[in-house]
Design a protein around this ligand. Structure first.
Ligand code: PMP
Length: 370
């Protein structure tokens, strides 16, 4: 593979070079059929095989149980903030755990559709640098679902374990926004009713939205729910009620094959990715914590393995830091505008060597300080 700079974008984000090279090789003629994937009918046998294989590979990789449907939709995470309550809020009350910018947006959007939105826990008082302990959540009786964002991309906090709502005395299905850490670690499906995520961080290009939904949650949409966003309709048509994002599904499928080939010692696939992420995150957080210049404010056990926001204690050097990084082929490290500082997003396509290159640069930059 061609040597490229290391890209730390939060999304749309780096895609494995092997995947891009294969897509380039197949761009004009997919498997000898005389057409590129972007040019095919979604109802033809070629694209149907691409879509079915992508779905089957994802089911295998993430060990998605048979009673869950895998849907390929459009609209991204923000559209799902509306589509979820349009499909699931029938009982009227929905619960939210607010742990950062994305779950905050989600609960605000749900207020348009659900009769009652209860924020049952929030870490806003800590500046979203921690996660509220599930033991302290006061769940609503008879809620339609409970929503949380399992990895907050902007604030850099991640649930290391999903809460067991049944053990907390609730029958509500758990809805997770796993946009920014999908396929970086296994999912405990016994605790999940529905998971959604945009593809543009860990799976492929923007434009594809992944929804994994338990079958008993289909068929409860509000009358105003657009047909193309009714999970039952989408499921009944194998994600082809409307034209699906064919290019996104194809690239995601190639990425799933790539994920399946990854190995770390005895681990393979998603388990291998998880081992790699643990090593990458430790390398970067240790470099931050052991320095006099860099600072990450998140409580250690809540830190995200995917998104690592950090600050320079001397903020007047921010632009210098970013310019030097760019020169060394370390791209898109500028922090989100709402937080400031820097952010390194180290998704599936970022190798350990990329994090090592960043850490080496950080040490060098700190040492040369005047
Ligand atoms: N949820 C999370 C956790 C995200 O990181 C993002 C995008 N950064 C979104 C939702 C919104 O996704 P989109 O822009 O695709 O709607």
């Amino acid at each position: 593979s061609m040597k490229r700079p290391y890209n730390f974008s939060a999304g749309p984000a780096a895609i494995p070079a092997e995947v891009l090279e294969q897509a380039a090789a197949e761009m004009l003629d997919w498997h000898g059929c005389g057409m590129g994937v972007m040019e095919m009918s979604h109802r033809g046998k070629e694209f149907r095989s691409i879509c079915e294989q992508a779905q089957a590979k994802l089911r295998e990789l993430l060990a998605v149980p048979a009673q869950f449907k895998i849907l390929f939709m459009q609209g991204g995470g923000l559209a799902e903030n509306a589509i979820v309550p349009l499909n699931l809020s029938r009982a009227g009350t929905v619960d939210f755990v607010v742990t950062g910018s994305w779950s905050q947006k989600s609960q605000q959007e749900a207020r348009k559709y659900a009769a009652q939105v209860n924020v049952v826990a929030s870490s806003e008082d800590t500046g979203f640098t921690s996660l509220p302990d599930p033991a302290t959540w006061t769940l609503s009786r008879g809620a339609s679902y409970l929503h949380l964002c399992s990895n907050e991309t902007i604030n850099g906090v991640e649930f290391q374990q999903l809460p067991d709502l049944q053990a907390l005395g609730s029958d509500a299905p758990l809805v997770i926004d796993f946009s920014s850490h999908v396929a970086s670690r296994p999912v405990d499906w016994s605790r999940v009713g529905l998971a959604f995520g945009g593809a543009q961080k860990n799976l492929g290009p923007a434009g594809l939205t992944l929804v994994v939904v338990r079958e008993d949650l289909l068929g409860h949409a509000l009358p105003a729910c657009p047909s193309a966003f009714d999970y039952r309709t989408v499921a009944e048509h194998q994600s082809m009620y409307n034209t699906p994002p064919t290019w996104g599904i194809y690239i995601a499928g190639l990425t799933f094959e790539w994920l399946g080939r990854q190995r770390e010692g005895p681990f393979s696939g998603i388990a291998a990715m998880e081992q790699r992420h643990i090593a990458k995150a430790q390398l970067l957080y240790d470099a931050i914590d052991n320095s006099g210049l860099y600072l990450n404010k998140v409580v250690p056990h809540c830190r995200s393995r995917m998104n690592v926001p950090f600050f320079l204690r001397d903020e007047s050097r921010n632009d210098d830091f970013l310019a030097g990084a760019r020169e060394r082929g370390l791209l898109q490290l500028k922090g989100h505008k709402s937080v400031g500082g820097m952010r390194a997003s180290i998704y599936n396509a970022m190798p350990l060597a990329g994090v090592q290159a960043l850490v080496d640069y950080m040490r060098e930059f700190e040492q040369k300080r005047a």
